[in-house]
Design a protein around this ligand. Structure first.
Ligand SMILES: *[C@@H]1O[C@H](CO)[C@@H](O)[C@H](O)[C@H]1NC(C)=O
Ligand SMILES: *[C@@H]1O[C@H](CO)[C@@H](O)[C@H](O)[C@H]1NC(C)=O
Ligand SMILES: *[C@@H]1O[C@H](CO)[C@@H](O)[C@H](O)[C@H]1NC(C)=O
Ligand SMILES: *[C@@H]1O[C@H](CO)[C@@H](O)[C@H](O)[C@H]1NC(C)=O
Ligand SMILES: CC(=O)N[C@H]1CO[C@H](CO)[C@@H](O)[C@@H]1O
Length: 418
């Protein structure tokens, strides 16, 4: 939707730009025609007459004429960046020649917000260009009018310069699926205009500053990096709609404040980290979630009954943890209307009631690789005995059965059980 809006905007501005281009071309033709007749008349004659000053000043290639001084300003920045590109399998940089920057592949011009008669480089979309360059420093931060910078699926490496905080109009930054490294780009903190930050699938490491979660972002994707601190506890007033913390090295327990803070999220993805501790009953507050995925962590304890509150949930993944106890019947009964995939595989659950067994028969609930005596594909008795030989306790166990919502049962299937 966003890209359609943008392309409309750009096609309008392109028309405007084409007009400007035509005007400037006319002036180039006009002036260079003058120059040429002069030069043609004088060049060889001047050599012959040995008047070297005129010969020396005659241009080897015509001077570049830009539609706007703002384009002239970024021209050397682009050319310098182009010279650092070591691989361009799709040949896009072949189009990065001449003064018509707005027609370079991946570059888009628009009227800047502060001057309705100017033309500036407003947007870059290198998505999927597969360019390889050692750094974006000295490029992105030198494009003063840039609003959108999309460069996913290239092979840009290096770190992100603090200088990007000086870009006053930047509102979408997509650097996902590159080889960028170093700490979280702290420069984005406090960038008032930024609403979209996607740095997924890179090699960023260390800690994510907690302030980013309370900044006025609409979209934040940071999954598949090497962030390694415990989950932030201060998600107080986050507006972030799509937040994925998956596939990092986040450790420690799920903060009890997190579910309330994420109550507007539709996808809560915490899979493939190193989260520990018991599931807080507060995950019952994730009432907008259609996907809740904490697969492949080291979470332990029983499933809280508050899961029954996730009325909209379609995918629930707890696979690959250290969870145990009975699979709660109330959860199966109240969620069966929407659930399509409920994975508890590779845990230590040891009992399943009749309602949940209906979900197993339907292929929705997966309890393989647990400790359920009468079901197939379970762990060995020895493995289960070893697990339960350790004393296992969760703090605040009395909240385990607390259900912070009014339950609605969808076609309770008990009557259909023979
Ligand atoms: C707006 O931009 C145009 C084109 O670059 C320029 O000629 C004009 O001086 C600018 N106006 C202001 C108020 O800066
Ligand atoms: C980036 O480089 C790596 C290895 O150098 C390669 O495997 C990968 O396919 C490249 N990605 C793109 C998008 O070109
Ligand atoms: C996290 O990663 C950083 C940088 O890679 C390292 O210095 C730090 O020791 C790590 N911290 C933890 C808690 O693993
Ligand atoms: C259900 O989800 C699990 C965990 O994400 C996944 O491995 C499995 O393939 C899914 N099953 C189906 C039938 O989609
Ligand atoms: C005789 C002579 O000097 N010819 C030159 C005329 O100018 C052209 C273009 O600068 C040169 O290429 C010729 O060598």
């Amino acid at each position: 939707m966003m890209s359609i809006l943008h392309s409309q905007k750009f096609s309008i501005s392109r028309t405007l730009y084409n007009l400007l281009l035509l005007m400037s071309l006319l002036s180039i033709i006009h002036t260079s025609a003058l120059h040429n007749t002069k030069n043609k008349g004088h060049r060889n004659k001047s050599v012959a007459k040995s008047v070297p000053i005129v010969a020396a000043t005659s241009p080897i290639s015509p001077p570049l004429v830009f539609a706007d001084q703002r384009l002239q300003l970024v021209y050397p920045v682009i050319q310098k960046f182009k010279s650092t590109i070591t691989l361009d399998p799709l040949g896009v940089t072949k189009t990065w020649v001449g003064s018509d920057i707005c027609s370079y592949k991946g570059f888009y011009c628009d009227t800047p917000p502060y001057n309705s008669s100017a033309v500036a480089l407003a947007s870059i979309d290198f998505n999927g260009f597969q360019l390889v360059a050692p750094t974006l420093d000295g490029f992105i931060d030198q494009l003063p009018d840039i609003a959108l910078f999309h460069a996913n699926t290239n092979n840009f490496s290096g770190t992100i310069t603090p200088q990007i905080s000086k870009l006053p109009y930047l509102y979408e930054l997509d650097l996902s699926n590159n080889q960028l490294s170093g700490p979280f780009p702290l420069a984005v903190l406090g960038m008032e205009t930024l609403t979209f930050l996607d740095i997924r699938f890179n090699l960023f490491s260390g800690a994510v500053p907690p302030q980013i979660f309370t900044q006025n972002l609409q979209v934040l994707f940071i999954n598949n990096n090497i962030f390694n601190q415990s989950l932030p506890d201060n998600l107080g007033s986050t507006h972030i709609l799509l937040l994925t913390l998956a596939n990092n090295k986040f450790n420690g327990p799920i903060p009890t404040s997190l579910p309330k803070a994420l109550a507007t999220l539709t996808e809560v993805l915490l899979l493939n980290n190193q989260l520990t501790g018991c599931l807080p009953y507060e995950i019952g507050y994730l009432q907008e979630a259609t996907v809740f995925d904490v697969g492949n962590n080291q979470l332990t304890g029983p499933l809280p009954l508050s899961l029954s509150c996730l009325e909209k949930v379609e995918i629930l993944n707890f696979g690959g943890n250290l969870l145990y106890g009975m699979v709660p019947e109330v959860v199966c009964a109240s969620l069966m209307g929407n659930l399509v995939n409920f994975s508890l595989s590779d845990n230590y659950f040891n009992a399943v009631g009749p309602i949940c067994r209906v979900l197993i028969e339907r292929g929705v609930l997966d309890v393989t690789k647990n400790c359920i005596p009468d079901l197939p594909f379970q762990r060995s008795i020895i493995e289960c005995a070893q697990f339960f030989a350790q004393p296992r306790m969760c703090p605040l166990m009395w909240y385990h059965s607390f259900i912070p919502c009014k339950l609605h049962f969808h076609n309770t299937p008990l009557s259909s059980i023979p």
